[in-house]
Design a protein around this ligand. Structure first.
Ligand code: FDA
Length: 304
């Protein structure tokens, strides 16, 4: 637990971030979780995954940008990704973080950039999944998801099972017919906001998953937790819900064994494929989820 909080605290250190992201070891450090630094590399991965029967969501890494120039650059990176999705007919959505589009500078600016991406996705027959960041962004994120879904109809919102408020938010999205990705939640939140114990988060995840299966529109269950995955499949079977009415989602590079099994069993599975050079906070959250990854990483570095 202490190590998890330490890793999440380190994930927010800008000085360390600048130093590590430009380090010559970057590629060696990140290759397990990140498809590459350039769009071409991510597209090659997406093509390969699509051919295997996996769906994809492309994530151009970046968050908490503090300048207009970087916010515009994020928008442009996504427009390029959507052009590739259209050109190659990839079965892929895109995943965005609002802090990457200038939410920390101005909500209006952020909406403008995100709207350009959502409109382009609609033209390309794709959709936009709006990742959920730390607690301070929740209201602003849901506001945008609801408004843009009403206008374009091609968004998916994200609900974090660790937040105490999530059931109400999930009901609100279901009422409006907005698809939801359900995940556990990856940030450091105080107990007043988030369930502190893993067992409570898991229990809430399952409760919310059942609501989504009962009343949601094409929900996405984003977890690698085998116990939860089994329970969700069981509940869907018991309720007679066909497996094309929902999907599972996993992060690129985490559980290749599970991916294969899900495909063989005929489930829809989407992989979240991150790429780009602003990889540090994403990478540190993956370490925090499983500090044993630190060992794996050190072994790789030593092996050279
Ligand atoms: P848990 O952490 O309990 O892990 C279950 C098992 O999965 C572990 O025993 C291990 O086998 C494997 N595993 C999990 N993480 C691993 C890792 N890093 N390395 C190696 N093995 C690992 N969060 C958020 O706050 N906002 C968001 O928008 C999203 N979006 C999102 C999309 C997708 C597609 C996924 C899969 C996840 C997210 N998340 C997220 C992250 C999520 O909140 C959560 O932090 C991680 O998925 C880890 O939790 P699990 O549900 O996998 O369970």
């Amino acid at each position: 637990m202490i190590l998890r909080h330490l890793l999440l605290w380190l994930s927010r250190r800008p000085g360390l971030r600048r130093w590590v992201e430009t380090s010559p070891m970057a590629r060696r450090l990140t290759s397990r979780f990140i498809a590459g630094q350039r769009l071409e590399e991510a597209v090659a991965v997406a093509l390969r995954l699509n051919r295997m029967g996996l769906l994809v969501t492309l994530d151009h890494l970046g968050e908490h940008v503090q300048s207009h120039e970087l916010a515009r650059a994020s928008r442009d990176a996504y427009l390029e990704a959507l052009a590739e999705i259209r050109r190659l007919r990839l079965d892929s959505t895109v995943s965005v973080k609002l802090s990457q589009f200038g939410m920390d500078i101005s909500e209006e600016l952020c909406w403008e950039h995100v709207e350009a991406v959502v409109a382009e996705a609609a033209r390309s027959g794709s959709s936009v999944e709006v990742d959920m960041e730390s607690f301070d962004y929740v209201d602003r994120t849901l506001r945008l998801v609801v408004a843009m879904h009403e206008k374009y109809g091609n968004l998916r919102g994200v609900i974090q099972a660790y937040l105490r408020r999530s059931e109400a938010d999930l009901e609100m999205l279901c009422e409006r017919g907005i698809p939801v990705r359900l995940c556990k939640g990856a940030y450091s939140e105080p107990p007043a906001r988030a369930f502190p114990r893993k067992s409570e988060v898991n229990r809430n995840f399952l409760r919310l998953a059942r609501i989504l299966l009962d009343r949601g529109v094409y929900p996405g269950f984003a977890t690698h937790d085998e116990r939860l995955l089994t329970e969700i499949r069981l509940y869907a079977r018991q309720q007679g819900i066909p497996s094309d009415r929902y999907e599972f989602q996993m992060l690129y590079g985490i559980r290749r064994d599970l991916e294969r099994r899900f495909l063989e069993d005929g489930y829809r599975l989407r992989l979240y494929v991150p790429y780009g050079d602003a990889w540090y906070p994403y990478f540190m959250r993956r370490l925090a989820e499983r500090p044993a990854n630190l060992l794996f990483l050190l072994k790789n570095l030593v092996r050279g």
